[in-house]
Design a protein around this ligand. Sequence first.
Ligand SMILES: *Cc1c(COP(=O)(O)O)cnc(C)c1O
Length: 374
Amino acid sequence: MTAISDKPLEFIDLKAQYAALHDAIHQRIERVLAHGKFILGPEVQELEGKLAAFTGAKHCITVASGTEALLIALMALDLKPGDEVITTPFTFAATAEVIVLLGGTPVFVDIEPDTCNLDASRIEQKITARTRAILPVSLYGQCADMAAINAVAARHGGIAVIEDAAQSFGATLQGKRSCNLSTLACTSFFPSKPLGCYGDGGAIFTSDDRLAQACREIRVHGQSGRYHHTRVGVGGRMDTLQCAVVLAKLERFPWELERRHQLGRRYAEQLAATPGLTLLAVRPDRDCVWAQYTIQVDARAAFVEALASRGVPTAVHYPKPLHLQPAYAAWDRPDAHPHSLRAAERVVSLPMSADLSDAQQARVVDAVRAALSR
Ligand SMILES: *Cc1c(COP(=O)(O)O)cnc(C)c1O
C-alpha cells in the first residue's frame, strides 16, 4: 500500500479537486449538452448572479479570460491613445499588455517589498493630466492597498481604479470582498487560479450601471441589440460550458477558501523561524487566498533544485519585472523599481491548493527546512 505522503506532489492539485467534485461537474456539463445553448446560455446569467452576490458588487459580466476582462474594462473607460495607466511592473504581462494594446502608456510604480503589491504612497508623484486609471494587482491572493489607492484617485478628480483580481477572488480587505473594492475589477478563471474553470474564463465586476452596460456591449462586438453596434467591441464571451464548471466548483468554494487560509497559516507558523527565508507580509486588515504560497529566498536556483530533488515542485511568479521585458522596456529605465527587481530575483512559490493534504504540506515544510540548512 502506498502511504498518502508518497502520492506525487502537484504544485496545484486539480485532479484531487476533480475527484471531489466529479458528480456535480458532470451533472452541470450534461445539462448544458442537453439544452444546447452554448453561447450566453442560462448558466452564464446564473453564474453572474451568484458571483455578484458573493462579492457584493452590483454587476458581474463574465468574459473569455482574465486578460479579456482587463481589456474590456479599459475599453469601457474609453481609454484613448496616449492616456496613462498607473500599474505595477511586478505582475503577469497581461496587466500591462492591455494598456499598450489600446495605445495607452503604462506608468510603472514600484511595489512594497514585504507584500509585493503596488506601493500606494508612490502613486501620487506619477499622476499627470493624462492619467486615466490606476490598475493595481492583488498579487498572490492578497488585496492591494485599495483604500489608499482609492483615496489618491479621489483626490485627483475621480481617476478610475481597476483591481486586477486575477489571483485574489475570495480575498477580503476590511471585511469587503476583492472585486468589490474599486470602480471596476477583473478576475480570471484560468484553471490554476483560486476559482478556476476547465479552460479560459474571466469576469468583470462593477457597481456602476453605465460601465456595466458598456462592458456587456463590448463583450459582444459592441452591440446594444442584435446587429445594432453602438461602439467597437470584441468577441469576448465566456462559454456556457465554462460557466457551468465554475457553478459546480462554487459550491465547495467557501470550504476551499477556509482550507487555503488554514494551509497559509500553517506554512507561516512552521516556516517563520527558518533562517534564510522571508515570508510574505499579510496586512492585518486583509485575508489572503494564497493563489500561490510565495516566499523569498537568496540563491533561489539552488533552493528550487534542492526541493525538486525531494519531489517538491515550485514555480517563480515572476522572474523578471515588466520594465525589463523586451516588449515593455521602452516605458522605463532598467534600474527603475529596485523593490520589484529584488523580488523578481528572490520569490519562489510552494505547492498550494485546497486539496493539498496535511501530510503533503508537512513534506514541503521538511524539504524547505532541509534545503535552507545546507
Ligand atoms: C492570470 C492573470 C491574468 C490573466 O488571466 P487569463 O485568464 O490567463 O487571461 C492577469 N493578471 C494577473 C495578475 C494574472 O495572474
